[in-house]
Design a protein around this ligand. Sequence first.
Ligand code: CAA
Length: 385
Amino acid sequence: MAAKSEDFGLSDEQRALRDEARRFAQEEIVPVAAKFDESGDFPVALIKKAHSLGLVNLVQPVECGGTGLSLFDACLVIEELAAGCAGVTTSIVANDLALLPIRVGGTKAQQEKFIKPVAESGAMASFCLTEPGAGSDAAGISTSVRRDGDSYVLNGAKQWITNGGVASQYTVFATLDKAKRHKGMCCLVVPASAAGIKKGHHENKLGQRCSNTVALNFDNVRVPAENLIGAEGEGFKVAMKTLDLSRPMTAIIAVGIARAAYEHALRYAQERKQFSQAIASFQAIQFMLADMITDIEAGRLLTLRSASLLDAGRSASLESSMAKRFSADMAMDVCVNAVQVFGGYGYTKEYPVEKLMRDAKLMQIYEGTSQIQRLVIAREILSPS
Ligand code: CAA
């Protein structure tokens, strides 16, 4: 399906960018997606190639080695990559997520110091907020940080860290005083080579299996005081502002997964014959396909709108949570129905839709569950303006 985003009146440059991402996804990612899904190995060569084409660090400034795209343009790219493989795409988008706090809260000098080496070299980075005891409750983190001379010292554990086992740099959220909740939080850049960091094993996940996910342990990890991003106590707001910016990029991963599932279902429905005719001739199947394409378009529109509001410098917590909530839940529904269109075949690894269904499930969980998005949306609409 040619993405209906043409209706946005994309410029020639935007079309070229999207087409380049589509070509990379279809020619380079799709042929190996099942293999990486099976092995769970991190797709090193693919990510290196994506980096060489400017398809990693999409929204980081050009002067810091990034591609310098707007969020809107990044979404055009990410939808294509995700239609190829969500695991690969999550690995790519997690780099932007890890580097965004440095842009949100860091000085120009810090952006130069901490974004440029990662973005220029093609290294990976991780956003380290979640902990074993603090997932949805981001202000409840326990990883501690204390000032000691001209250093900060970190102690604690992080959980479900995307790219954690392969990253060269971590953006870590920690607390000076847990009792202060969000008011005690700090954001620090931590080199992965720092003494005292222990990486856990790569999690054996249901979906997005090649995206590297590990636990991290920090045991008296010392970083220079100049690695603090923003002031002491500002870490929570840096994290929330970052998530506002990254949620459209996550939402569009869901749109890409759903689009791939729909395209497979559409093709299969026209080939598969039952009762002597293609199953696409039955209204039961037609209505499923009609709902799929409608919902995908709705997710795309919500997401691109939230991205363009953020690009315009508007605060868009509401819109970015609506995009993430809708697109994640939509992708799950679309994939479940795509498996249904394929029937028994769809439930096997011979066809790609079962992987898409497994990959889609994570969209409702990471970067704020669908329930947390509803909470943000409800607070936004109920708070006095
Ligand atoms: N922008 C700026 N400031 C914000 C903000 C935002 N979007 N959201 C909240 N704040 C401010 C509030 O205004 C408040 O400020 P004051 O102290 O000045 O009043 C302060 O932050 C505290 O806000 P809340 O009272 O709303 O905080 P809360 O404890 O109730 O939590 C929450 C709010 C929305 C539930 C938050 O905890 C949250 O977003 N949880 C989900 C965390 C999440 O998404 N984790 C995903 C990790 S990343 C990941 O999964 C990536 C991956 O690996 C792929």
